[in-house]
Design a binder for this molecule. Structure first.
Ligand code: ATP
Ligand code: MG
Length: 439
């Protein structure tokens, strides 16, 4: 039985076509990237996911019908081309295809909504409106190849280190940390919310005896941000582990970051080159800067900030100007961290919370958590929240909750650091922000 595509199947991606295939017949499938008709000879560049290949049609050697078919090709139409590989010193990869059959699988309408070649620089909004075409550009799809590798490498890291992958609900009854950053939804006859973090669930799993868990999933935040590093839907890489403290959690995080850097460097050479980005390993342990010292450093740059305040954008920028690559900020004031963060025993105004920074952006927050029921109720109350609404969470702390720690790493922000792009929208296929809900 044959299907709709009959015997037509791609034999090679363009990146795998080289001089070893000279005189062989192959089939490529992709998009018409460019056509140059010089009369006596027509050059067509075919693009697939990984690159370009030149199809060369000298009018003397190609039969008239095929030649006229090539002349009629439209930019960005989807084609399959069967042809023979020939060496060519002038072609981009040293080889070209002399066509013998062309099948137009789907013709592209003209004019195109935007130029898919990298020659024209369109505004991000125009690009996102026509994301399907924008994604055809090498520098754009390189970001997603790197993101894909980062996620794969992350999963491998967790699996190799004995973590279980879990899935927690994204439809939730109440806020994780209080505050107003939740999207309300209608849940039958009740109000519910989209989850802003798997925090409370991954903690409950520690009481469930799972020991080491991770989750890679969507988080939703209704903050009305319009910044280059906030979206309303983001991907969080979360981990939680029992019988470890904040120092262990930081160790795990920096090992993960370095593994991802190695894997991306080895497996995404072409993408990094396209983006003109070089990744450097950070020596372990990553620098750990105490919040108190960070405040002094920021003030020394003339940016005013008082002890106890969260870092403003100006403060982050000042700090980023003085720090290289990845570094931890530790010893955060208890007051500005969520209720579940463990305060320091000797100096309860300080906590066992940390942030992982890359230059001037926060890419992860983590902490040792409070595992004692009473202290937790106290902290929830101090934050002006009602312990009753945390009933099903608090119950898990009564019957054998081990000490535990963990972090949440923003996958999109991490991708920014791996690709060098400065707008988080570049790292998300279909970003959701204050103004954008389509495509
Ligand atoms: P920020 O202070 O930068 O707004 P946050 O401290 O509110 O971030 P956390 O609650 O600590 O964020 O979330 C953990 C991680 O998730 C962050 O370090 C970040 O990488 C990512 N993250 C959080 N909110 C967003 C968002 N709105 N868009 C993209 N990533 C986010
Ligand atoms: Mg944070």
């Amino acid at each position: 039985m044959t299907g709709l595509l009959e015997e037509w199947r791609r034999t090679h991606y363009t990146k795998n076509i080289n001089v070893n295939l000279v005189n062989k017949e192959i089939i490529v499938m992709g998009w018409v990237h460019e056509i140059r008709d010089l009369g006596g000879i027509i050059f067509v560049l075919i693009r697939d996911r990984d690159g370009l290949i030149q199809v060369t049609a000298p009018s003397k050697e190609i039969e008239a019908e095929l030649l006229s078919q090539i002349r009629k090709l439209k930019k960005e139409s989807v084609v399959a081309i069967k042809g023979t590989i020939q060496e060519s010193s002038r072609a981009p990869n040293g080889v070209e295809i002399i066509p013998n059959t062309i099948k137009v699988l789907n013709e592209a309408s003209q004019p195109l909504p935007m130029d898919p070649t990298d020659k024209v620089r369109a505004e991000i909004d125009t690009r996102l409106d026509s994301r399907f075409i924008d994604l055809r550009r090498a520098n754009v799809n390189s970001i997603f190849k790197i993101k894909s590798k980062m996620l794969h490498s992350t999963r491998t890291f967790f699996e190799e280190n004995g973590f279980l992958e879990v899935n927690t609900p994204k439809l939730v009854a109440s806020a994780t940390e209080g505050g107003t950053e939740l999207f309300p939804i209608t849940y039958f006859e009740r109000e519910a919310f989209l989850g802003q973090s798997p925090q409370l669930y991954k903690q409950i799993m520690m009481s469930g005896g799972f020991d080491k868990v991770y989750e890679i999933a969507q988080i939703f935040r209704a903050e009305e941000h319009d910044t280059l590093r906030h979206l309303n839907e983001a991907i969080s890489i979360d981990m939680e582990a029992s019988f470890i403290d904040d120092i262990d959690a930081m160790d795990t995080l920096e090992k993960l970051v370095n593994k991802v850097i190695v894997d991306v460097t080895v497996d995404c050479k072409d993408s990094l080159k396209t983006l003109d980005k070089e990744l450097l390993l950070c020596e372990c342990p990553f620098e750990r800067l105490d919040y108190d010292d960070a405040i002094d450093m920021i003030n020394s740059k003339g940016v005013e900030i008082e002890w106890g305040e969260d870092l403003s954008r100006a403060a982050e920028k000042a700090l980023g100007g003085m720090m290289e690559g990845y570094y931890f900020l530790t010893g955060w004031p208890t007051e500005i961290k969520p209720f579940y963060v463990m305060p320091n025993k000797k100096h309860p105004e300080k906590s066992h919370a940390f942030d992982l920074m890359y230059k001037d952006i926060e890419i992860s927050s983590g902490a040792m958590r409070i595992h004692q029921h009473e202290m937790l109720v106290e902290k929830i109350t101090e934050k002006g929240l009602n312990p009753d609404s945390f009933d099903s969470y608090l119950k898990a702390f009564d019957y054998g909750m081990p000490p535990h720690s963990g972090w949440g790493l923003g996958a999109d922000r991490f991708t920014m650091s791996l690709t060098g792009v400065n707008n988080i929208r570049e790292t998300v296929l279909f970003p959701r922000d204050r103004r954008r809900l389509t495509p």
